[in-house]
Design a protein around this ligand. Structure first.
Ligand SMILES: Cc1cc2nc3c(=O)[nH]c(=O)nc-3n(C[C@H](O)[C@H](O)[C@H](O)COP(=O)(O)OP(=O)(O)OC[C@H]3O[C@@H](n4cnc5c(N)ncnc54)[C@H](O)[C@@H]3O)c2cc1C
Length: 384
């Protein structure tokens, strides 16, 4: 890999830094709603929301390397996210751009970029998570509609979303190949027959829900891709940056904060940072982050050569899951007995961090599933 940036890429990095200097002077309250509205307006104006999407649909048309630079600089400066519609930007938008009709692109993409509507993802069901293709929620064609019946679960932010990207089974019951007969529908959440029940998680918040569909009528015009091709739509809409280099920046920043916490906290009458065990664990985290960075650079090199990224990205997903758990546990341990008290240190932010591990560990595929993927598709081991 060539680590040197081209002059154009250096110019772009300088542009991003200048923008951040202007928008994020010391003392900026990045959670302030007025600031966030202005932030979104300005990044959108620069076309940095949907930065890698084609310019024809309102995206930035940016290159892979520019995208890495942008995310890296934003992560270093703890900048708010580029856009407010997380799932819309992460996969709904890319799926619509790749598989949508012209009418669907015009209808949905601008609102995602402008952060006007929130999307959620209706894939998992009770009994169909890792084995997603076993899903049972059914869509039966009735003239110009699909009539949907069934249940989804763990649907993040369902209670605040206007739309859901939904996978339903439309093939005849008992089809031989379970990946066939799945169809992707775009469904408005206020359609009659949809019930959303929030689920409280162990950190006390409720950010996901159960969603029930009872004779919900969805126009055929809201189908994304062909009938029966929902699996393809779901798995192949990931043409964006997956090198995880930007994630590494975020993890390094969190490690810095952990070191700061260890400097202030007291263990056996001395700063916790002077404790051998604490130092060893911090070093282990740093080594893991460095391994992630190296893997990220290997993935990036592949992408820059125009080669598709495959199963190898599961390696960093696995590393990241282990790291987040380790860092969360370490933060509580450094705090000693205060670690058990909800809001004792820094308003309880490390407690919340430690309890939110399922988000990175289970969300997007469990460690066991990642190990299967690495074993079978990277190492060529026999199938599970
Ligand atoms: C914070 C969070 C947010 C989420 N948001 C969404 C969302 O917005 N939309 C959505 O659709 N889903 C969402 N999910 C669901 C998530 O995708 C599933 O929980 C995940 O895919 C695991 O599926 P499952 O819960 O059915 O567990 P299971 O698949 O039942 O797995 C249970 C255990 O068995 C293991 N296991 C399963 N199969 C195998 C195998 N073949 N080999 C070895 N071990 C195996 C797993 O690793 C796991 O440890 C979210 C989950 C979390 C935690």
């Amino acid at each position: 890999m060539d680590f040197q940036l081209t002059p154009e890429e250096e110019t772009f990095r300088a542009e991003v830094r200048a923008f951040l200097d202007e928008m994020l002077p010391p003392g900026t309250h990045t959670m302030d709603p007025a600031f966030l509205a202005e932030w979104h307006r300005r990044v959108r104006e620069k076309r940095w929301v949907g930065f890698s999407w084609p310019r024809e649909v309102g995206g930035g048309g940016g290159s892979i390397m520019q995208q890495v630079i942008l995310k890296e600089e934003m992560a270093k400066r703890k900048a708010p996210p580029l856009g407010t519609c997380f799932m819309g930007l992460a996969w709904v938008g890319p799926a619509i751009i790749q598989y949508g009709t012209e009418a669907q692109k015009q209808r949905f993409v601008p609102d995602i970029l402008d952060g006007k509507v929130q999307w959620c993802t209706g894939y998992s069901e009770p009994g169909s998570g890792s084995d997603l293709a076993s899903l049972q929620c059914r869509g039966v064609r009735d003239g110009e509609h699909y009539v949907v019946n069934g249940q989804k679960i763990w649907t993040s932010i369902a209670m605040w979303s206007k739309w859901i990207i939904l996978l339903v089974r439309t093939g005849p019951p008992g089809v031989e190949h379970k990946h066939d007969g799945i169809t992707c529908l775009l469904v408005e959440m206020d359609t009659p027959g949809i019930t959303v029940r929030p689920i409280r998680n162990m950190s006390g918040g409720a950010m996901f829900a159960e969603v029930f569909f009872d004779d919900v009528r969805v126009p055929v015009g809201n189908r994304l891709g062909e009938e029966g091709q929902g699996w393809k739509v779901t798995v192949s809409a990931l043409a964006h940056e997956r090198s995880s280099i930007a994630e590494v920046e975020g993890l390094l920043r969190k490690l810095d904060e952990l070191v700061e916490l260890a400097r202030r906290a007291v263990k056996n009458g001395r700063p916790a940072l002077e404790d051998d065990g604490v130092r060893r664990r911090i070093a282990r985290c740093e080594t893991r982050i460095e391994a992630m960075r190296m893997n990220g650079l290997r993935f990036l090199t592949k992408q820059l050569k125009g080669e598709p990224l495959g199963a190898e990205t599961s390696i960093n997903k696995l590393h990241r899951a282990a790291l987040e758990v380790e860092m969360g546990d370490l933060a509580l341990e450094i705090q000693g007995s205060a670690g058990h008290l909800e809001k004792e240190v820094e308003g309880g932010r490390w407690q919340r961090f430690a309890l939110n591990w399922p988000e990175v560990v289970i969300g997007g595929g469990t460690p066991n599933i990642q190990r299967n993927i690495i074993g079978e598709r990277v190492l060529g081991l026999p199938k599970d």
